[in-house]
Design a binder for this molecule. Structure first.
Ligand code: SF4
Length: 354
């Protein structure tokens, strides 16, 4: 039986994705997608492969994960889900460093990725710079956001997510009061941490990195969206360029309805909040998941064209090519054991702190 049909996908995407993927889904393309999704579904089942799809991925990949018994989520959450299963092979639809994190945390599984997308936040980090900082600050602590490549993780003492970043910095400051902290690679997340903990720029060294999607989501866009949807609650990812200004507005009592949340935190908040409408400030792909899973509420992307060009290198087309040729080592994600062991230790140290 064909589980997907072009007609059904066409209707779904027209209802939930017309603004965020304008012009991408004519009926003929949906019919091709349905054929590919049906073949992928069969291959996933025959070969007992678990499909993990990041929140920012195309709607057709999210639909396939739903039907195939896979998962949609953020990179760390997806890895934890995979850990609970008995699948020996996982195919990760995300950027490369996320699949590498899964390979680090699940060394007994085979992790596949259909392409090798980079990341404008993780890629510029120069590990030599971290080593030089450590030489200058022998008692210092390096704290990296999970959006880093394995070699940067391996040079870190703690790895945090956007959710627990303030808690990890607070923990390090109380446990090692004289240690200088080097926070990388996201300057906006660092600003969010500093404002949350009320610490000054002099208290923490920061790598001046930013994500090409989130840095452009600024305060003016948030203000315009708030004026247009005055009843809506604001869900903002801490990587956004508006973080400091929005925090200042909250502190001044001007914007009580702002929540700073990871992508998974947005899903949880939207389900639990009494608000019926939300403005979403992060990569626009998650708006499709929010609309599909919480159809009784309304979601407005702050910028409907805020797409991660790296995430979108993963397509149903290249996923299918990967599944058809799943023994091909070119699709396999490998992290050298000496790097993986150090990186795993830093991740475990950070994730203990909530
Ligand atoms: S959205 Fe930004 S941080 Fe996330 S993968 Fe894309 S470039 Fe990297």
């Amino acid at each position: 039986m064909q589980r997907f049909t072009g007609e059904a996908l066409y209707k779904l995407f027209r209802a939930n994705a017309a603004d965020i993927y304008a012009g991408r889904y004519p009926l003929e393309y949906c019919e091709r997608l349905a054929d590919m999704a049906n073949e992928a579904l069969e291959l996933l089942s025959q070969r007992h492969v678990l499909l993990l799809v990041h929140n920012y991925q195309y709607p057709e990949l999210q639909e396939l994960a739903r039907d195939a018994g896979g998962y949609i989520g953020d990179s760390y959450g997806l890895t934890l889900k995979a850990k609970e299963t008995d699948y020996e092979t996982i195919v990760f639809c995300s950027v490369a460093f996320m699949a590498e994190t899964a390979a680090i945390l699940l060394p007994d599984r085979r992790v596949l990725i259909p392409a090798r997308p980079g990341c404008s936040l993780a890629d510029p980090v120069d590990v030599e710079e971290i080593r030089k900082w450590k030489t200058r600050n022998p008692d210092g602590k390096v704290m990296s956001y999970i959006n880093t490549k394995p070699d940067a993780k391996a040079e870190s003492d703690y790895i945090c997510t956007s959710r627990n970043a303030p808690a990890v910095v607070a923990h390090v400051r109380s446990r090692f009061p004289n240690a200088r902290i080097y926070f990388l690679p996201d300057k906006y997340l660092a600003a969010h941490v500093m404002r949350t903990l009320q610490i000054g720029p002099g208290d923490m060294d920061v790598w001046e990195g930013a994500c090409h999607v989130h840095k452009d989501l600024n305060e003016h866009m948030i203000e315009n969206a708030s004026e247009e949807h005055s009843e809506a609650e604001l869900l903002i990812h801490p990587e956004c360029g508006c973080t400091s200004a929005c925090l200042a507005r909250i502190a001044a009592g001007a914007s009580p309805g702002i929540q700073f949340l990871s992508t998974e935190g947005m899903l949880k908040r939207a389900r639990e909040s009494s608000a019926k409408e939300f403005i979403v400030a992060t990569e626009a792909g998650i708006v499709y998941r929010l609309r599909r899973e919480i159809p009784e509420k309304v979601f407005h992307p702050v910028l409907s064209t805020a797409h991660c060009k790296f995430m979108k290198e993963i397509t149903l087309e290249n996923l299918l090519a990967c599944l058809r040729d799943d023994k091909n080592e070119a699709f396999e994600v490998r992290v050298p054991p000496e790097i993986a062991n150090k990186a795993r230790h830093a991740i475990e140290e950070g994730m203990r702190i909530q």
